[in-house]
Structure formats: C-alpha cells, structure tokens
Write a protein that binds this ligand. Structure first.
Ligand code: NAD
Ligand code: IPM
Ligand code: MN
Length: 355
C-alpha cells in the first residue's frame, strides 16, 4: 500500500482548527479507498514556537521537511508577532526553499455558495489562477538605509528573471492547453516599465509556442474591475506574485468568501515537497471559537489528492463541498450557518460514506 508522508504545520489562530478537519477528511478518504494511506507528522512551528524559542522553526526545519512527500499548512500569524517575521521565516521560506514556484488557486463559484455579484451564474466564475510564487515583488531584495534617522530610505526591489517568468508562463500555457481553456496574463506594463514590460514580452514569446491557446492580456487595474463586472472573461490566469496574492482574495470574495478559497504551492518537478493550504490567514478575530470554516482546507486537501494522482477523490471532495453548500444545513457562520468547524468536517465525512 502506498503511504503519503505529510508534514503538518497547523500554525496559528484558526490554523490548527481547520487543519484537524483536513487531516480527518484525508484519513477517511484513504480508509475508504484502501490502496493508499497517509502518515501525518505534526510540527508545532509558528508564533507560539517563536514566543518560546525566538525562531519560527528550528534551524534544520527545511531539511526536516525535505523528507516528506507534501506539507499541509493551516495559517501563520499572531497579532503580537510582526507579520514580516512570522511569514518570512516560515511560510515564505518554505515556498522559496522548495522552489514551489507555482501557486495554483481555483476561483470557482460552486452551487449554493454566496456570491456578491447580483447576476453571476456558477459558470461565470470558473477560473484557475497560476500565481508566480518564487520571486517578483516577493523576492525579498532591498535595503533599509539610515534606519530610524530623519533621512531613512527603504528600497524594495521586484525581481523578475527570464527563468522565473518563462517557467510560470509556460506552466500556465500547458494548463490552458490541457484544459482547452483561454489564458489571460495580468500585468502592469504601463507603469512598471522594466518588470512588467519584460513579463509581457515573455508572455508574447511563449504564446508563439502555443498557437492553439487563445490569449488575453490585461492591466491589473482593469482586470480587477472585470473580475467583478464580467468574471466569465477569465479562465486560466497567469500573474505575478503580488498581483496574484491580491487578485485571489478578490477571487475568494466573488466565489463564496475566504472560508472556501484554497491554494497549492507546487514544485512541478517534484524535486521538493509541495505545500497545500487554505489561502486565508490565522483570522485572530474568530480564533478559538470553533467557528472557522474548514472547507477551504478541505478544498486544498482535494488539491493534494489530485497532486498524488487520486484525481477521482479530489473531484469527489469538491462535489461534497458543493452538496454541503446547496443543502445549507451544516455551514459555519461566515456562510450564514450555525455549525461548528468540527460539525462541518464531520458532515464531509458523512458524505464520503454515502458514495
Ligand atoms: P485572514 O484571512 O486571516 O482574515 C480575513 C477575514 O476573513 C477575517 O474576518 C476572518 O475572520 C475571515 N476568515 C478567514 N478565514 C476564515 C475561515 N476559514 N472561516 C471563516 N472566516 C474566515 O486575513 P488577515 O486578518 O489579514 O490576517 C490575519 C493574520 O494571518 C496576519 O498575521 C496575516 O499576516 C496572516 N496571514 C497568513 C496567511 C497564511 O498563513 N497563509 C495568509 C494570509 C494572512
Ligand atoms: C497568501 C498570504 C501570503 C502571501 C502572506 C501571508 C505572506 O497572503 O498566501 O495569500 O502574500 O503570499
Ligand atoms: Mn494572500
């Protein structure tokens, strides 16, 4: 029997609450399938660990994680720890160290999910974002000169390499080709006169290799407007790290909210473990209340199942999420329900047994 070894970093706030449900669901899937199983190893890293040890994870943390097939992450961040420390020293360092350069984020409106767009049908909001996840605005290049002096200056560089742009854009073209979908590039070449002009040039170059894929190119400001006014324009979307971060929260808003938005950080070559996580944060405003929506985490578990080649189960979990949304009987308060995090997790498991 195949064993998938998963490192679990539940993290902070609602992270542990939602990740427990994700683990429960994955174990149940494996139990029913009988041809594979999961072995979960929990690491207590995050802001509590930082408060005790002064670091977000041990020095050899990346080496430890490198032995696993995948990482399942809840969320990181606590109000009393500076966000740039908690995120750079855990989440971002994992994405970078394991060259998880593809951040795959579905923006798909399921039946029954609340949508603030008055006239949108489920078929109108069905996108997959391919967010560059290793460089760009998140390269971490810059400096802070004359810190705390009246003449202080900060510089934050965007780093766009040919290698980095080509590989993410090519990945998006392959995905669009395989799914027979259009591909939209979102950039900002009118103002970012080096980085985004370069991005657009590479998008054009690679498009020549894929004459069968219909392409569009939008400026990020107009794209944000169109995502709200006319979301069906977008199918597969490729964009930079920061734009992808922002646009996928907007995407979450039009596809049912943060409680339903999932993401996969992939190293497509499988040289290193990939990481699966809901895209929301630690939600300190509702942490500890047992009311966080675990469905985003279940959706990211479905992405993990896809990644391991269990696409039938990946699709099944999405169907179950949709059924739960349509029935409206067991939903957390963010979706106007009264159920707890655990009750929603249990409902996913009930439905797994109804197959
Ligand atoms: P957030 O995503 O944590 O919360 C935004 C809003 O959405 C809050 O009102 C929250 O209650 C709600 N929400 C989020 N997830 C929910 C869920 N599963 N169910 C119900 N409601 C949900 O964003 P924020 O408040 O900007 O950030 C909080 C902390 O999380 C910060 O420290 C931030 O840096 C961090 N963060 C971490 C990650 C990550 O670890 N992947 C992602 C984003 C933000
Ligand atoms: C996300 C988060 C992270 C990001 C933060 C927490 C660094 O917002 O995964 O969307 O910006 O990538
Ligand atoms: Mn984000």
């Amino acid at each position: 029997m195949k064993t998938h070894k998963i490192a679990v970093i539940a993290g902070d706030g609602i992270g542990p609450e939602v990740i427990d449900e994700g683990i429960k669901v994955l174990n149940e899937v494996a139990k029913i399938d009988k041809t594979f199983k999961f072995e979960f190893t929990k690491f207590p890293w995050g802001c509590d660990y930082y408060a005790q040890h002064g670091v977000m994870m041990p020095k050899d943390g990346i080496h430890t994680l490198s032995k696993f097939d995948a990482i399942f992450l809840g969320a990181v961040g606590r109000p009393d720890v500076p966000d740039h420390i908690s995120l750079w020293d855990l989440l971002l360092v994992i994405r970078k160290s394991f060259d998880q350069y593809v951040n795959l984020r579905p923006v798909k409106l399921l039946n029954g999910a609340p949508c603030p767009l008055k006239k949108a049908k489920t078929t109108d909001v069905d996108m997959i974002f391919v967010r560059e996840n290793s460089e760009g605005e998140y390269a971490g290049s810059g400096s802070w000169l004359f810190k705390d002096k009246p003449n202080e200056v900060v510089i934050q560089n965007g780093v766009f390499s040919r290698h980095g742009c080509e590989r993410i854009i090519r990945y998006a073209f392959e995905l669009a080709k395989q799914k027979n979908k259009t591909l939209t590039s979102i950039s900002k070449g009118n103002a970012l006169n080096y980085s985004m002009v370069f991005w657009d040039k590479i998008f054009k170059e690679i498009s020549l290799e894929y004459p069968e894929v219909k392409t569009y190119s939008y400026l990020v400001d107009a794209a944000s407007m169109f995502m709200v006014k006319d979301p069906k324009r977008f199918e597969v979307v490729v964009t930079s790290n920061l734009f992808g971060d922002i646009l996928t929260d907007l995407g979450a808003a039009i596809a049912g909210g943060m409680g339903l938005a999932a993401g996969a950080n992939l190293n497509p070559e499988r040289k290193f473990p990939s990481m699966f996580e809901p895209i929301h944060g630690s939600a300190p405003d509702i942490a500890g209340k047992g009311i966080a929506n675990p469905l985003a985490t279940v959706w990211s578990a479905s992405q993990m199942l896809d990644f391991f080649g269990h696409e039938n189960w990946g699709a099944k979990l999405i169907e179950i999420i949709e059924e739960i949304l349509v029935e409206k009987k067991v939903l957390t308060p963010d979706l106007n329900g009264t159920a707890s995090t655990q009750e929603v997790g249990n409902e996913v498991i009930n439905k797994l047994h109804m197959i």
